[in-house]
Design a protein around this ligand. Structure first.
Ligand SMILES: [Zn+2]
Length: 297
């Protein structure tokens, strides 16, 4: 699992906020307007407006969620109204995650704008949306489940572009760390291997996790998922053998070592760009075993 690094984040947040505001101005539901419902509730409990909830950081969403969880007995009746009204918005206006209305914002446009190219949960699957909303391989996961926390259903930092397998496996389950969090998730997991290059049956991909990645790994079954990538590991190890340290030294007038490794192994070794290439975190950890920690410099 890797962190989501959204290029032009502020521009995209502004665009998103404007879009949602415009839609809400256009679409009211009689007495049960979602905007005013959430404003009433959040101002009373968290001193937050709906507008703030739409764009506040993951850490702030987490704070509100924890306060909400610890105070469930006093769930106001209108939380049910918030949920139903959100569902009406999503269904009738093609809200976030609903691809049935092609003239409205959908996961298709959202993912296209934030330029995520791989699923942050597995970093194995390329997510690619093409031509129209039907030709998309990225879904949008609601990190905090939209049935349990309907007031986060449209929050920018609650939306995680993910491959359909990860979205399906996670479904309504909770994870400990969001790809939107400010903790460096790459430091909390580490791939290694056992076995010998060239002998596929001997190879095993090992994954150790710590801290908040422990729950994430279990829910998303990352070990099970990566156990299927033995041939990727084998190819990587064979290429490492074919390109010993001397090879990179001979290139050092043209490329830095990192650049040369990236070209040879068709990957990125900069954590901030792991989202651009499938398996980049996996390749990074394995290459680190042979080339040391300086490979990302
Ligand atoms: Zn995935």
């Amino acid at each position: 699992m890797i962190n989501l690094k959204i290029p032009n984040q502020n521009v995209n947040i502004d665009w998103y906020l404007e879009y949602i505001k415009k839609e809400y101005d256009r679409y009211l539901w009689g007495n049960s307007n979602l905007w005013s419902l959430i404003n009433t509730w959040t101002n009373k409990n968290f001193q937050k407006s709906f507008e703030e909830i739409l764009v506040c950081s993951h850490e702030e969403l987490l704070r509100i969620k924890n306060a909400w969880d610890s105070n469930k007995k006093s769930v106001p009746d209108y939380i049910v109204d918030i949920k139903e009204t959100y569902l009406k918005f999503a269904k009738s206006r093609g809200g976030i995650g609903d691809s049935s209305k092609k003239d409205r914002i959908t996961a298709f446009e959202f993912v296209g704008r934030i330029e995520e190219l791989t699923c942050p949960y597995c970093n194995k699957t390329q997510i690619e949306n093409r031509q129209n909303i039907r030709a998309r391989s990225s879904q949008l996961d609601h990190f905090f489940d939209k049935d349990k926390y309907p007031f986060f259903a449209l929050s920018f930092f609650n939306l995680v572009p993910a491959c359909s397998s990860c979205n399906l496996i996670k479904h309504m389950k909770s994870l400990d760390a969001s790809p939107h969090c400010s903790i460096d998730l790459c430091d909390l997991s580490n791939f290694s291997f056992s076995g010998v290059a060239g002998d596929l049956s001997s190879l095993e991909i090992l994954l150790t996790v710590q801290g908040s990645m422990t729950v994430n790994e279990k829910v998303l079954d990352l070990k099970g998922n990566y156990s299927k990538n033995k041939s990727n590991l084998n190819n990587l190890l064979l290429k490492i053998q074919e390109n010993p340290e001397d090879y990179f030294k001979s290139l050092d007038r043209i490329f830095s070592k990192r650049e040369a490794l990236e070209i040879v192994h068709d990957t990125v070794l900069d954590k901030n760009r792991f989202y651009t290439k499938p398996l980049s975190k996996f390749k990074y950890d394995i290459l680190k075993i042979f080339h040391g920690n300086d490979i990302s410099d």
